[in-house]
Design a protein around this ligand. Structure first.
Ligand code: PMP
Length: 361
């Protein structure tokens, strides 16, 4: 039986994509598996070009932006961003809304830049986001960085802080909401994220970078982290993660076939709303995030009695509802409802929660 997988990532993938990959695995183009094909051969080159073209079409990526297929995860970009956009001792501005923006700020500081926290939601224990216009970027900052969706806290920036960036490039970590709704690419200098939540398997990091931001890297940046070098080589400066790019392409076609990003956003919002409504209507479950900043992707919730957590999780697993345990740093539960989550999966989760509350609370 195929379960409903609420993991924060690697995450559930669309079943039609898995079925297609399984069907064509042994004899893909040229009678060999994509896993065995040369990245410089015509079959894989066409596959990678199609993935990029589909990404551009879906997200409306303008011609003056490059799409890079990299490795090293979003964590690799935490270092690559300052290495590509700053010199040592430059100043950068950060909005801190949770653990992933915190990690990115720590890594930027390790790369020798001065990190100015222009907004920090520590006072609310990272359950809020700063109001529009409530913060300013210091003069001379090289970019403004924020995390569009904090995967652990379940906190989404409810707006793109383009006006607040005040002319400096806006850099955003979209790891846990990439292509979950329409993306205003032109508001950003850099958008990046790992594929393993909304876009495909682990191993692929997708970076969208405005062309004028290329060529500013430090002279000692390792080549695989140099966006310009990667762009010049169509992301094939070295062997790319071929299988991950192939599967990413299948996922993109699936998104397109299901109606594109607007339809995806509506479906994601409807699923999340149903779960939030169930949590808010119960006297037993609670979500701590202020309503305007609630994530449609990652929904943490607690039980009124944490002593029941283990029983809740065991019963959920037995019902085919997997990976609901919250992040180890916060405890409780977390349901991740990425693009591939089905309406049936959300219904099954809500039914299980309602029954658990009725019999155990
Ligand atoms: N940023 C966010 C928002 C994430 O959720 C994650 C992974 N959970 C990361 C960065 C780190 O990504 P990776 O593991 O691909 O380095």
């Amino acid at each position: 039986m195929r379960v409903h997988n609420f993991s924060a990532g690697p995450a559930q993938l669309p079943l039609p994509v898995l079925e297609q990959a399984a069907a064509e695995l042994p004899e893909w183009r040229s009678g060999m598996s994509v896993l065995e094909a040369s990245h410089r051969g015509p079959d894989f080159m066409a596959c990678a070009a199609d993935a990029e073209a589909t990404m551009r079409r879906l997200a409306g990526v303008p011609a003056h932006y490059r799409v890079l297929f990299l490795q090293g995860g979003a964590t690799g970009q935490f270092a690559a961003i300052p290495m590509n956009l700053t010199a040592r001792a430059d100043t950068v501005a950060f909005i801190r809304t949770g653990q992933w923006s915190r990690k990115a700020a720590v890594e930027a500081a390790r790369m020798g830049v001065e990190v100015r926290l222009v907004a920090d939601e520590a006072a609310s224990s990272y359950t809020t986001t700063p109001e529009p216009g409530s913060f300013t970027v210091p003069a001379g900052a090289k970019y403004l960085y924020y995390c569009a969706n904090e995967t652990i806290g379940g906190v989404t920036m409810p707006y793109v802080p383009a006006a607040e960036a005040a002319g400096v490039p806006l850099v955003a970590d979209f790891s846990s909401m990439y292509l979950s709704r329409p993306l205003e690419v032109e508001s950003f200098g850099v958008v990046f994220g790992g594929a393993q939540k909304n876009l495909g398997p682990a191993g692929l990091t997708v970076v969208i970078v405005r062309e004028d931001l290329l060529g500013r890297a430090r002279p000692d940046v390792p080549l695989v982290w140099d966006w310009q070098a990667m762009a010049d080589n169509d992301s094939m400066l070295n062997t790319p993660p071929t299988f991950s790019i192939y599967l990413f392409g299948l996922v993109l076609h699936w998104i397109e076939d299901t109606g594109g990003l607007a339809a995806m956003g509506e479906r994601n919002d409807a699923q999340a709303q149903r779960l939030y409504d169930a949590i808010d209507a119960s006297g037993f479950y609670a979500n701590p995030v202020e309503k305007r900043s609630r994530s449609a992707m990652n929904i943490p919730f607690t039980l009124a009695d944490p002593a029941l957590d283990a029983e809740f999780l065991a019963g959920a697993s037995a019902a085919g509802l997997m990976n609901l345990k919250g992040h180890r740093s916060v405890g409780g539960m977390r349901a991740s409802l990425y693009n591939a989550m089905t309406d049936e999966g959300v219904t099954a989760l809500i039914d299980y929660m309602t029954e658990f509350e009725r019999t155990r609370a």
